[in-house]
Design a protein around this ligand. Structure first.
Ligand SMILES: [Zn+2]
Length: 114
């Protein structure tokens, strides 16, 4: 299962950081591209299974899905591609290139500081 491997990677990163900070993580923010789309619920479920009885138990994952980015071949503008109207907002051209999808990344961890 795709999400299980991702959850393991996220868990490893959060656990390492938690040890360094010596604090319990409350939530973690993750971003990923649309093509890498993960099912948030499945990811949380997989993470919960891995993190059971560890410092990361009950950490809430907040997944943010990034839109597609395009680069206009006409005016070089980089923009978020609106699927329903895929045109460059700078010059109105439809001659653009889709940029590679963003990988799944752990952005930040919120720790219990009390
Ligand atoms: Zn343009």
């Amino acid at each position: 299962m795709h999400e299980a491997a991702i959850a393991q990677g996220i868990f490893d990163a959060i656990e390492k950081e938690s040890r360094q900070q010596n604090a319990k993580p409350l939530s973690a923010k993750i971003t990923c591209g649309l093509l890498n789309a993960v099912n948030d619920e499945v990811l949380q479920f997989a993470f919960d299974a891995i993190s059971k009885d560890t410092i990361c138990e009950s950490t809430k994952l907040n997944t943010c899905h990034k839109p597609f980015l395009g680069q206009c071949k006409n005016c070089d503008e980089q923009f978020e591609v609106d699927i329903s109207s895929p045109l460059c907002p700078g010059c109105g051209s439809d001659n653009f290139e889709l940029l590679p999808d963003e990988p799944i990344m752990l952005q930040e961890i919120e720790f219990d500081t009390e």
